[in-house]
Design a protein around this ligand. Sequence first.
Ligand SMILES: C[S@@+](CC[C@H](N)C(=O)[O-])C[C@H]1O[C@@H](n2cnc3c(N)ncnc32)[C@H](O)[C@@H]1O
Length: 246
Amino acid sequence: MTAPFAQHQAEIERNLRAWNGKPLLRNIYAGFYRRILTLIDPAIPGRIVEIGSGIGNLKAHLPRALTTDLFPNPWLDLVCDAYELPFQQASLSHLVLFDVFHHLRAPNAFLREARRVLTPAGRLILFEPYISWISYPIYGLLHHEPVARREPISRAESLPRPRDYYAAQGNATRLFFKQEIPGWPEGWNILHAEAFSCFHYICSGGYSKPALYPVRWLEALQKLEVKLSRWPRAFGGRCLIGLRPA
Ligand SMILES: C[S@@+](CC[C@H](N)C(=O)[O-])C[C@H]1O[C@@H](n2cnc3c(N)ncnc32)[C@H](O)[C@@H]1O
């Protein structure tokens, strides 16, 4: 996909409009943030930083987190690029990336930078799309970002050029669950890798499509999905990953 980098900012503006006008989305994301918070360990010294915060929702659930993005939107704390983080070595306790990892054309280049800024006990937390038998056609057909199930994933250790818009929704599934690159990620321990059913999210239409159900159904759907999550390869739609420098 070759779209200009500014495509991200156009999506941030669209997402903000959807967020403000769609209580269902806010409720669903509250559940996603609750999952992320389970991987935050307050005993680890250092700052918590979110990369690619977009419209900056994490702050409402984790007020001490520093929110950042490539674009200088007024609700964010800092402008920064995942590949060149403006933090000192071993100064951060957690890095959180929500739907950002699949926008990183060179995951190894980012992981190197993440390892530099995290304390030895620090954590990298990723929340991503998960590609299962059921979510594959849905993400593939209904979402503008490609799943890129068979595209090569760059192993570059340096800043990717050109800096254009990149998206490959399947990357976390391929790297963390299917382990397409044996031994990857070098220099990291995987603390947590969980995929779960997410029809309540998919059928909400997310940021770009209309919802297929009313808010009052959400709780019942989420309960049903606890059961479906036993079979993530069939029903998975989202995943949560936690890593620690080895
Ligand atoms: C799909 S949005 C997710 C936004 C937000 N985390 C959320 O969940 O609503 C992806 C975000 O990643 C940001 N992003 C993409 N590449 C980045 C990079 N190299 N460094 C920092 N942020 C990046 C984009 O600007 C965009 O805000």
